[in-house]
Design a protein around this ligand. Structure first.
Ligand SMILES: Nc1ncnc2c1ncn2[C@@H]1O[C@H](COP(=O)(O)OP(=O)(O)OP(=O)(O)O)[C@@H](O)[C@H]1O
Length: 931
């Protein structure tokens, strides 16, 4: 055991409770009996209006101090020490009703900000241990009238206090020690302890404020990186054994004590009661005061042995633990005497010095385990090597034997070798000569190849310099092109100037053939473009001029011109005109749409397709043209265009579809359109879904918008689910980089899933891991579970299991929806059972939901908790469920709900149910739960 000792004085904080309702009325005309100066860490105890005594503390916590701050200044340093392997004590002392339990033991179930020291300390501990190597275990006890009661095992009355004579460490080997691994189990344990405490105190006819609650947390941590990590993988075993050292274990113990109300000891002291009487009231508290006095005065004798409390806390005062004391006081001047004595207790405690010791020891047990394993390994390795050695010897012996017999045979053979003849010798010579010639030829060949390679390398180098030259030429060409483009721009502007003159001249000349049409249209296009640019500069464009100058009919007629160039020019003009809303109606009226569609059908030209698609996309924006566009098969025409692979054509098609969907959605919302979307009716959904995640962002955006518009209307839901659009919506709602589209998709998802029906939902759930799907689907199922008529269907389709399965997804919203679904189901089922339309155990129990229900009955999210509490109450209404509920642990939860639930209606429901069930009554009597 390693013991690093450091001196550590008992730290004392004082906390003032805010005035309670009674004090606000009764003390309304009086000032508080104390005045706090937190920044100076001073407290003034008033004697009268002008005079008082001032006391210094380690911390002064006003009535406004939050539970978090209290934890941080009073407890965190102690908890950190415990994690580092020291013993630590946190203790609350004060008059009844001044907030000891609130400070130390508040679970903060209603309001997490109200969590007290114990809960926060455990949270910190769990956050800092790793359960692979460390462990945390807890004992929970009550000390009343010199009797220690085990709150985790009430029948256990054999709890002795043992002091280690060497270290002075105090332990309770008989107390139940429960190993815990998470906060939820800890809270459950605390609640169990509280229930036992309540039961025990009722039996003894006392109040909890007359007993001391003691929580002990043992933290055992293995310290890595300090000789502990051993590697046997790479090093040789000899080295390994040499370096084998036990890992270091640090054992810290945290003791949290919520003391009994302190006023009783004062009263007894003041009124001069005998020691015997003091014992009756609270011997242990009085003994603690005496020990603190003796320690503060450095007396030789400290009467630790006078009570069980002082024996238990021997380590905490004048011992080896780091101790933090919070003394709680009330503001009322009527209790000035009690407050003064609490303050004096705190002052004396501040004088107590401890010698804090690190409890670190080598983990010989695990070292011995490791050594055993290593020994096993070494023996096995030795056996393996032994075997390999023997095999090798055997092999060598056989080989030697083999060689000997071969040598013997060779010797015997050599004695019989015949002489080589002269002819054979000359044949051999010839062969050798031939081989030599062949080798020389091959060498020549190699040399040749080497020369060729060198030549190739040279030509490659000259090729590279050729490429460089070409690049330079290309750069020259590019700058030439730029220059020319500049010149073209100048020429275009000159052309523009003369465009009006050209038209006038053309009108005079009359119909002068297609050449002139083309020239005229060119200038028209320039005009449109220039006007569009001008509109960008804030000038109002004048499209009317174009109609005047050329006449729409004439432009449209050119869409059917024989000359392909003329058609292209004409379609460009129409598209530019169609960009303006005021022209759209006119174009369609004049048969422009029909002409465009005819042109599309008859032409394979990419430019025509792109420009015509743009024109149709523009027309699709117009509410009034929707019906016409559709009746003229505009949607199919748009879709037909995608045969042309050019991405610009696709982008225009996508834009047209998005415009159409938007317009149509507006009409559906206004009631001027009913039934499914024309896009769905005309078969556009497949293309939409296919391209919803197109790599071109412009296509993608349009399609995403179109999908959102379609999804706005329930009438489209079924087709969208079966057509795979739901997945795309989910993706959009999660991943779309445009926030507005993302939100729109998210909002519409809920609608579409509900409209899809139960079966599709359940199929969806099974096949999906997606959080959004789970949340939305769970919400939808929760709604369906409310419906009496769907109960049987929900169950037969394994809806309960599906709901439970969803909790694998850790998102709290999904859990809340699952809880809501279960509560709705339980409510509906309970109604059916009461009306006699359902018999037998609850389907929730039959389908295994009870375990999850019990586990989450005290979930920290209040919305989950409420649903589950309601579900439990509904289940408990029916005797047929009672047995399962008892064995499943639901009874404890019902008792808690009936006592603590902040919703009055649920609390009453739980209470009524418990009282009216004979099975629950019998069980509660057996468990001695007073009800
Ligand atoms: N700092 C505080 N802020 C708000 N409310 C408080 C505070 N301290 C105590 N209270 C409230 O005052 C009441 C009494 O507190 P509490 O039960 O913690 O006192 P106690 O000292 O533990 O009493 P006892 O000795 O009887 O167990 C409770 O309702 C508690 O919620």
């Amino acid at each position: 055991m390693v013991c690093d000792e450091v001196p550590g004085r008992v730290r004392v904080a004082v906390r003032l409770r805010p005035r309670n309702a009674e004090e606000s009325v009764a003390d309304t005309d009086f000032a508080d009996c104390v005045e706090l100066q937190p920044e100076l860490k001073r407290l003034k105890l008033r004697k009268n209006n002008w005079d008082g005594d001032t006391y210094q503390f380690d911390e002064v916590l006003t009535e406004f101090a939050s539970q978090k701050r209290v934890y941080e200044v009073v407890a965190r340093p102690v908890v950190e020490s415990v994690l580092d392997g020291y013993n630590g004590t946190i203790m609350a002392y004060g008059q009844t009703g001044t907030g000891k339990t609130y400070t130390v033991g508040c679970l903060g179930e209603e309001d997490t900000a109200a969590r007290g020291i114990t809960v926060r300390a455990m949270e910190d501990i769990f956050a800092n241990v790793s359960f692979e190597t460390d462990s945390v275990s807890v004992s929970y006890l009550q000390l009343y009238m010199e009797t220690i009661q085990d709150l985790l095992e009430p029948t256990n009355d054999k709890i002795a206090i043992v002091e280690d004579p060497k270290t002075g460490d105090v332990s309770l080997p008989g107390a139940t020690l429960v190993e815990i691994r998470d906060q939820q189990s800890f809270i459950q344990l605390l609640r169990l302890g509280e229930a036992q405490r309540f039961a025990a105190n009722t039996k003894l006819n006392t109040e909890s404020s007359r007993s001391h609650a003691i929580l002990m947390v043992h933290v055992k941590r293995s310290i890595k990186g300090r000789d502990a990590a051993l590697s046997t993988e790479n090093g040789n075993h000899q080295d390994m054994v040499k370096s084998l050292k036990p890992s270091v274990v640090r054992k810290g113990k945290l003791v949290v004590v919520d003391l009994a109300g302190s006023e009783r000891i004062n009263k007894s002291g003041c009124e001069g009661h005998t020691l015997e009487e003091t014992k009756f009231i609270n011997l242990s508290l009085s003994a603690l005061g005496k020990c603190i006095n003796a320690l503060a005065e450095n007396s030789v004798h400290v009467p630790f042995r006078d009570s069980k409390l002082t024996r238990l806390l021997r380590d905490s005062f004048g011992g080896t633990a780091r101790t933090s004391l919070v003394i709680t006081i009330g503001p009322s001047p009527r209790h000035r005497g009690e407050t003064a004595s609490t303050i004096m207790f705190g002052q004396r405690a501040m004088k107590v010095e401890n010698m804090v010791k690190l409890k670190e020891e080598f983990d010989y047990k695990s070292l011995s385990r490791r050594l055993d394993i290593e020994l096993e390994k070494l023996i096995m390795e030795h056996e393996r090597q032994q075997k390999a050695f023997e095999d090798e010897i055997e092999r060598l012996a056989t080989e030697a034997q083999h060689r000997i017999s071969e040598a013997e045979k060779n010797y015997a053979d050599s004695l019989e070798i015949p002489k080589v003849s002269a002819k054979e010798l000359s044949d051999l010579k010839k062969v050798i000569q031939k081989e030599t010639v062949l080798r020389k030829a091959a060498e020549g060949e190699v040399k040749n190849l080497q020369i060729q390679m060198a030549e190739l390398k040279m030509s490659e180098a000259s090729g590279k310099s050729e490429i460089l030259k070409l690049h330079k030429m290309l750069d020259g060409e590019a700058s030439q092109k730029e220059k020319l483009e500049g010149e073209i721009a100048i020429l275009q502007s000159q052309l523009l100037k003369s465009s009006l003159e050209t038209h006038e001249t053309r009108q005079e000349v009359g119909r002068a053939g297609f050449e002139n049409e083309v020239g005229g249209l060119d200038s028209l296009i320039s005009q449109v473009k220039v006007q569009q640019r001008a509109s960008g500069n804030g000038e109002k464009p004048s499209m009317a001029k174009l109609f005047e100058q050329v006449g729409l009919q004439k432009i449209l007629s050119l869409l059917e011109a024989k000359d392909a160039d003329v058609r292209i020019h004409a379609v460009k003009v129409v598209a530019n005109l169609a960009a303006e809303e005021t022209n759209q109606g006119k174009i369609v009226e004049a048969g422009g749409l029909t002409s465009l569609l005819t042109l599309l059908k008859s032409s394979q030209d990419e430019t025509i397709h792109r420009v015509a698609a743009g024109a149709i996309a523009n027309l699709a924006m117009n509410d009034k043209l929707q019906a016409k566009l559709r009746s003229e098969h505009g949607i199919q025409a748009l879709l037909g265009m995608v045969r042309c692979k050019h991405p610009d054509v696709h982008a225009q098609v996508a834009r047209g579809i998005a415009n159409f969907a938007k317009c149509e959605s507006r009409a559906s919302s206004q009631g001027t359109k009913s039934g499914r979307s024309f896009l769905i009716e005309d078969g556009a959904l497949a293309w939409i879904v296919q391209n919803a995640n197109n790599e071109s962002s412009s296509i993608r955006r349009h399609i995403e918008l179109a999908l959102c518009h379609l999804a706005q209307h329930e009438v489209n839901a079924r087709d969208m689910i079966t057509g795979g659009a739901l997945w795309e919506l989910v993706r959009i709602s999660r991943d779309c980089s445009r926030e507005d589209i993302k939100t729109l998709a998210h909002r519409t998802l809920g609608k579409i899933v509900e409209a899809g029906g139960l079966t599709s939902l359940l199929t969806l759930l099974k096949s999906s891991q997606d959080e959004t799907i789970h949340r939305v689907a769970a919400g939808a199922i929760a709604n369906l579970a409310m419906n009496d008529k769907l109960q049987a269907k929900l169950r037969s389709e394994h809806g309960i299991q599906a709901l439970l399965g969803m909790v694998r997804c850790k998102h709290p919203d999904v859990h809340a929806q699952v809880a809501r679904g279960i509560a709705n189901f339980a409510k509906c089922e309970s109604r059916a059972s009461s009306q006699g339309t359902k018999s037998g155990r609850s389907f929730l129990i039959e389908d295994g939901a009870l375990a999850w229900i019990v586990q989450n009955a005290n979930n920290e999210s209040s919305s989950i908790r409420r649903h589950i509490e309601l579900a439990l109450c509904h289940l408990a209404q029916h005797e047929v469920n009672a047995r399962d509920m008892i064995t499943g642990g639901a009874l404890w939860e019902l008792v808690r709900i009936s006592r603590d639930c902040s919703r009055e209606d649920i609390k009453t429901l739980a209470h009524r149910t418990l009282v009216s069930s004979p099975t629950f009554q019998t069980e509660m009597r057996r468990l001695r739960i007073n009800y």
